[in-house]
Design a protein around this ligand. Structure first.
Ligand SMILES: Cc1cc2nc3c(=O)[nH]c(=O)nc-3n(C[C@H](O)[C@H](O)[C@H](O)COP(=O)(O)O)c2cc1C
Ligand code: SF4
Length: 485
């Protein structure tokens, strides 16, 4: 995992908790209304994949329990994890690529409604992603995957036949392979093959602008049928739509290049979704305030995109940071690259070992820049901030200084799903504060059921506590007893 050079160890710093009266008067616990976005409070649990769906991508009992637990803390919004819009197998990640998923998702909506007493709005994050393969063994790569070309024949002075070339390449060290292979071939060998939106020579990549608006719109229609209150289009991190927005998108078909070209497909997808669900359902997107990677989009690009999304009519804009494949670390043989292992990954989910700023609020300056641009363009579109927010004073200061309109807290809500409610009731001293260890993220990296080490060993022996597949960890945070009124 990439870490900043300084390696200062930061302790969580939630600051002073509010009294019940202070919480009541705060912006954080004030309702927010903007078109179909009607929230009882400005608190938000951003999408987090917990690896709990069935192998077929269906809502499971564990998925219901996981979101019901967040709902008990009654945040303004919970965004359901990145949910695949295609009807293709993707392991235990939620899917919405077919009507058969509607009944399970409807159960999820009802479960959250009941657990939050109707106070929490439920949104779903819709994702498309391109193919990424696991890192192959050298033998497999050179014997089976590599297509022998003239570059390889030339490298061996045209003295070897193709079968001999495969054998010889497998004997070379990495330094020599960098010379012998093209950059993409070397990447496929050393990291695993990964598709890009710029692979215009592949039919299904060239045709993405033709197929994605319909795929997203159909998925959004299903989400509406299932009863969700809102749609969050996943335009962030390492996935297809973020790659269209990226400054690295050099497509030459009008869907890349300058900012207007890069935002074209995200706008077309949004319009198709809006058409499918009408204007009574909240639709917004999550995108990157800064890609972090070399040659990637910067806050100025995000400011432009934010104003375009607002102008198109999105109901909210949620900002994230980094989380890209381009600077990911090399995976072990048999594993796939994980987009949260390089510097951009660090900036997406910063950890307690950090530079002077620590893991707290690293995306706030860029988020404010985007918000200012949206306001300057004449739109009141609410902006969601996230990243290292774990205290009332910090959250309230962001809102008061017009840095954002809604406060997202992912890991802090995982550490303590009741934390918003505790703050609201003036019981902040009872909050279990996230230590930003990224134990949870490491589980995500290994595709294991995500839990928090602050609570996953508590009361494991109780018969009513569901355990992870290895039997070692409880799957949801212990219940918190609301004090008698
Ligand atoms: C286990 C885990 C899974 C995540 N899955 C998603 C996801 O599905 N979609 C997404 O946009 N962000 C995802 N994130 C990123 C978070 O939403 C959030 O942006 C990030 O953790 C920084 O916010 P925080 O400091 O409040 O945790 C995930 C984070 C974690 C820890
Ligand atoms: S495991 Fe718990 S304490 Fe550690 S970062 Fe994740 S939520 Fe925070």
């Amino acid at each position: 995992m990439w870490k900043p050079e300084e390696k200062i160890k930061h302790k969580p710093n939630p600051g002073r908790w509010p009294t019940r009266e202070e919480a009541e008067k705060s912006l954080l616990f004030t309702p927010l209304e903007h078109g179909p976005l009607r929230l009882q409070q400005r608190t938000w649990v951003p999408a987090m994949v917990p690896w709990r769906a069935t192998e077929d991508g269906e809502v499971s009992r564990d998925v219901l329990d996981w979101y019901a637990r967040f709902a008990k803390g009654r945040p303004g919004v919970i965004v359901i994890e990145a949910t695949g819009i295609r009807n293709i197998p993707s392991g235990p990640l939620l899917r919405i690529g077919d009507d058969r998923y509607i009944p399970g998702l409807n159960k999820l909506v009802e479960t959250v409604r009941e657990a939050s007493n109707g106070e929490t709005k439920l949104f779903i994050q819709l994702i498309d992603f391109l193919r990424i393969n696991r890192r192959p063994t050298a033998e497999k790569y050179f014997q089976r995957y590599l297509k022998i070309t003239d570059q390889h024949r030339d490298f061996f002075y045209n003295k070897l036949d193709d079968a001999q070339i495969r054998i010889k390449l497998a004997e070379l060290n990495d330094e020599a392979l960098v010379e012998a292979l093209s950059a993409r071939e070397y990447e496929a060998y050393a990291f695993g093959y990964r598709e890009r939106v710029t692979d215009l020579e592949l039919d299904h990549i060239r045709e993405l602008p033709d197929v994605l608006p319909n795929l997203f719109a159909a998925a959004a229609g299903r989400a509406q049928q299932a009863g969700f209150d809102g749609i969050e289009l996943h335009y962030a991190h390492a996935y297809t739509m973020a790659s269209f927005l990226s400054a690295r998108n050099t497509r030459t078909d009008g869907y890349g290049g300058d900012r207007a070209g890069r935002v074209r497909l995200p706008l077309e997808v949004y319009r198709a979704v809006r058409q499918a669900v009408g204007d009574q359902m909240a639709v917004g997107c999550r995108f990157l305030a800064n890609e972090i990677i070399e040659g990637g989009s910067r806050p100025e690009d995000a400011a432009y995109f934010g104003a375009e999304f607002a102008k198109a009519g999105m109901d909210f804009l949620s900002l994230s940071r980094g989380g890209k494949f381009e600077d990911a670390q090399q995976p072990k043989v048999g594993a796939a690259a994980y987009p949260y292992t390089g510097q951009s990954g660090y900036e997406c989910m910063p950890q307690f070992t950090s530079d002077a700023q620590g893991p707290f609020g690293r995306n706030l300056t860029a988020t404010k820049l985007v918000r200012d641009a949206v306001r300057k363009a004449g739109f009141e579109t609410p902006i969601v901030a996230a990243g290292g927010i774990h205290g009332f004073e910090q959250a309230e200061a962001v809102l008061q200084s017009e840095g954002a309109d809604i406060i997202g807290a992912a890991r802090q809500s995982l550490a303590d799903p009741d934390w918003f409610l505790k703050m609201k009731l003036g019981l902040g001293d009872e909050v279990r504060v996230c230590a930003y260890t990224n134990y949870c993220e490491a589980l995500d990296n290994r595709h294991l059921q995500v839990t928090c080490n602050l609570w996953d060993r508590i009361d494991r022996d109780r018969p009513d506590v569901p355990l992870s597949s290895d039997g070692k960890r409880r799957l949801v945070a212990p219940q918190w007893q609301l004090p008698e009124a």
